[in-house]
Each structure stands twice: as structure tokens, then as C-alpha cells.
Design a protein around this ligand. Structure first.
Ligand code: BGC
Length: 275
């Protein structure tokens, strides 16, 4: 008996980003890794950027390839101008250009204001804000040079800035982090306005508490986790795939008329009066 005649045909997956080339900074773990995987599953060729942790980056590249996608890993510190320029040159040499930038670098350094060192403040601002400027500038230059390639996308390029609910919620003990994320919001909104005439879309995703290696300590303690859950009306922590699914949509032509917005993916945390 011909089995294929009796089995229901699987619907073919919609490849929203087919033919596109994406760079995800700091993509070797957590939210960045999930986004890189999601973009690859949607048909994009992905550069997995990492600063430290080549093993994790290579593991992710292998995983993407095993799942039928395309990816390469490129090392660079996205907060350093020359390294960013080299990263974009290497991406151009490998993939011929770029259609999608996901600005994902993130650093938290907890300290009361009176104990905060200048070095820590400066590093958080460089990783969380300056890196986003440096990568956005290189990406925009390429997008404008390439223009709209109608067979690839309706826009000339997309930039997605990963931020945080702390772009609107103040966070005692994290002045540097909150200030950098507030900065990302105005960077994103200003670039969205400035680049729209070039058919470049710029948006942000601001995650709440997401299960990542960064909060493994909190999740290991039932009391601390319960305290955190008090702040999340939806009653659970988010997962990296929660963010990745939204990123794929925002970066696809399905969201072609969406620019300059921040999508809060936080289980309602920004609604919580008790934060
Ligand atoms: C931070 C997490 C924090 C969450 C809610 C995120 O931006 O990265 O560490 O749990 O905001 O406060």
C-alpha cells in the first residue's frame, strides 16, 4: 500500500524570511540564540556573532545546520568600532550583504548609585547602547547602498533593537542598565523616523523576565522566583522562543507597515503597579 496516499500531508512551513541575510549580535546563548534559530528556521542565512564563547556559537551553528538552516559564527566585540566594521566586512564577504540586524548585546551590573564605579557604568552603556549605534550605523549604510530588492523584501532593511521593560520601568540598583535601555528606545525611535524614507524599518522588543542563564540564580531559589512572579500578571516567566517568534514576525514583510514601535513581551509586567 502506498502510505503517502493514506497519510495527511504536512502543511509546508511558511518561510517568512526566505532569501534574507541576518546578523544577530551576542547570539551564542539565551534570547540571541533563540532569535538566531528562529530566523534560520524562517529561511534566513544567519551570522551568529559572539564576543566570548566560541564553543556555544559553534554549537548553535551546527544545530541550525542540522535543522536544515544556514549559519556562520563570527567573533567580534560589538561595542568596539573597528571590530564592528570588520564584522560587517566579513559578513559581506560571506553573504554579499545584509537584510536584517538584530541588536542584542546586553550587560547588567547591579550596584547602588553611591557604589557604582565609572568603569562599570561606562561598560554597561557601551555594551547596551553604543554597540547598538555602531551596528545600526553599519547596517544602515549597507541597506541604503543595496536599496530595496523586491524579490527579497518590501523594505531595504530591518533593524530590531533588543531592549528591556526597564526602558520604561525604573530599576533601583540598576541605574546604568535602565539608562542604557531608555537610550535604546530613543535611538530606535529616532532611527525609525530618520531611516523610513530609505524604506528601512527599525523596531524594538522589550522583554520582561525571560528564562536565560542571566537569571538562573533567581530561578534556583523558590522564594526569589515567587517574588519575581508577583510582578508578572500572566503568572509565568517568559522563554527565549516567546521572543524569537515575535522577532520573526517583526522582521518579516508581514510587519511591513510597522516601524518605530516597542513590543513589550513581558507577561504584563509593565502593567504591574507594584514594580
Ligand atoms: C532583565 C532581567 C529582569 C527583567 C525584569 C530584564 O530586562 O534583563 O534581569 O528580570 O528585566 O526586571
Amino acid at each position: 500500500m502506498n502510505l503517502s496516499m493514506t497519510m495527511k500531508a504536512e502543511p509546508s512551513p511558511v518561510r517568512l524570511l526566505a532569501g534574507q541575510r541576518a546578523l544577530v549580535t551576542s547570539a551564542n546563548f539565551g534570547i540571541g540564540a533563540a532569535i538566531a534559530e528562529g530566523l534560520a528556521a524562517a529561511g534566513a542565512r544567519v551570522v551568529v556573532n559572539y564576543e566570548r564563547g566560541p564553543e556555544e556559537a559553534q554549537y548553535l551553528v551546527r544545530k541550525i545546520k542540522d535543522e536544515g538552516g544556514e549559519a556562520i559564527a563570527i567573533q567580534a566585540d560589538a561595542s568596539q568600532e573597528h571590530q564592528v566594521q570588520t564584522l560587517f566586512r566579513q559578513m559581506r564577504e560571506s553573504y554579499g550583504g545584509i537584510d536584517i540586524l538584530v541588536n542584542n548585546t546586553q550587560l547588567e551590573k547591579k550596584a547602588a548609585l553611591t557604589d557604582m564605579t565609572f568603569q562599570d557604568w561606562d561598560q554597561v552603556l557601551r555594551v547596551n547602547l553604543t554597540a547598538q549605534f555602531l551596528c545600526a550605523r553599519e547596517a544602515a549604510r549597507e541597506f541604503i547602498r543595496q536599496g530595496v530588492m523586491a524579490e527579497v523584501s518590501r523594505s531595504a532593511g530591518k533593524i530590531l533593537c533588543l531592549s528591556s521593560v526597564h526602558d520604561v520601568i525604573p530599576w533601583p540598583g540598576h541605574a546604568s542598565f535602565a539608562a542604557s535601555r531608555g537610550g535604546v528606545m530613543m535611538l530606535m525611535r529616532t532611527l525609525a523616523q530618520e531611516l523610513a524614507p530609505h524604506k528601512i524599518r527599525v523596531n524594538s522588543i522589550s522583554p520582561g523576565a525571560i528564562k536565560t542563564p542571566g537569571n538562573a540564580g533567581i530561578r534556583a531559589s523558590p522564594e526569589k522566583e515567587a517574588e519575581l512572579l508577583q510582578l508578572i500578571p500572566y503568572g509565568r516567566l517568559g522563554t527565549p522562543p516567546d521572543i524569537a517568534r515575535a522577532a520573526v514576525w517583526l522582521l518579516s514583510d508581514e510587519a511591513d507597515y510597522v516601524t518605530g514601535v516597542t513590543l513589550y513581551i513581558d507577561g504584563g509586567m509593565t502593567l504591574c503597579p507594584c514594580f
